[in-house]
Design a protein around this ligand. Structure first.
Ligand code: HBI
Ligand code: FE
Length: 294
């Protein structure tokens, strides 16, 4: 069965339930795994004050994610559940979209159980336990963002039926993974892909290379992205309420309207964009090289 073969990559022979979850194999973590967690945690803890949004920093504190090693998912779930009704479930890695959405729709956040090796400490393509716990879970302590993530999961199940998953994947990518938020003190990070990345935590706010434009639901769902480089465009929300309200309408007519509209490249700017700053798109600074545009 392809599905189980896929999950085998990281289930390490652990019993996998039909919903792709497993019990967190705490005994599998080595001293080196906990040391890699400490290195990643301490590096971001030094970088993020003044760069991450207050809601993330408050969530991290409230959740009690410790620096000393890979945390216990059950203990974190007990704290999280009291705050917003979410729990963490351990998974072997990326799970099929419908499985992922199904968990989100029921306030279960799938967290990859294993941690990257030290030689992957600066970049790993697939989410590991540090990206998922440190990057995603603290914001699930925020009631409005927690509601957005459940609405996203419910929308995903519907998008799967309407063959519009790639639209929602873009929404997830440009908000949950790489979103910025406007605050009286300036732009701040809320996207998990940035929060768990040393170099992009600096690049996304300080580089002149990327575009930064105001969030617009249809614009985001038309915009392609690359998964292996810094973002060429960051979308900026004014508040988490704005994000939650964007998920409220029925997306079916939006998907139909999108079929008649061309997509945008990751670096494109359009006349109707709310441009906060137009990037220089300096390929060297962005590490974009001469790779094909997304
Ligand atoms: N699976 N474990 C896990 N974590 C993710 O973030 C994830 C996934 N499967 C699919 C997926 N993300 C994306 O395709 C979302 O856009 C659905
Ligand atoms: Fe992620």
């Amino acid at each position: 069965m392809a599905a189980l073969a896929y999950a085998d990559q990281h289930s390490a022979g652990l019993p996998l339930r039909p919903d792709y979850t497993l019990d967190q194999p705490r005994q599998r973590y080595t001293a080196e795994d906990h040391a890699v967690w400490r290195a990643l945690f301490q590096r971001q803890a030094a970088l993020l004050p003044g760069r991450a949004c207050d809601e993330f920093l408050a969530g991290l504190t409230g959740l009690g994610v410790a620096a000393d090693g890979v945390p216990d998912f059950g203990r974190l779930s007990d704290v999280l559940e009291k705050a917003t009704g979410w729990r963490i479930v351990a998974v072997p890695g990326l799970v099929p979209d419908d499985v992922f959405f199904g968990h989100l729709a029921e306030r279960r956040f799938p967290v990859t159980w294993w941690i990257r090796r030290r030689d992957q400490i600066d970049y790993i393509q697939e989410p590991d336990v540090f990206h998922d716990i440190y990057g995603h879970v603290p914001l699930l302590m925020n009631p409005v963002f927690a509601d957005y993530m459940q609405a996203y999961g419910q929308g995903g199940l519907k998008a799967a039926r309407l063959n519009a998953l790639h639209r929602l994947a873009r929404l997830y990518w440009y908000t949950v993974e790489f979103g910025l938020i406007e605050t009286p003190q300036g732009l701040r990070i809320y996207g998990s892909g940035i929060l768990s990345s040393k170099s992009e935590s600096v690049f996304c706010l300080e580089s002149a290379a990327p575009n930064r434009i105001r969030f617009d639901l249809m614009r985001v769902m038309r915009t392609r992205y690359r998964i292996d480089t810094f973002q060429k465009t960051y979308f900026v929300i004014r508040s988490f309420d704005e994000l939650f309200e964007a998920t409220q309408p029925d997306f079916a007519p939006l998907y139909r309207a999108l079929e008649a509209l061309p997509d945008y490249g990751a670096a494109d700017l359009t006349a109707s964009d709310g441009v906060i700053n137009r990037g220089t798109l300096d390929a060297k600074e962005g590490g974009w090289g001469d790779t094909a545009d997304a």
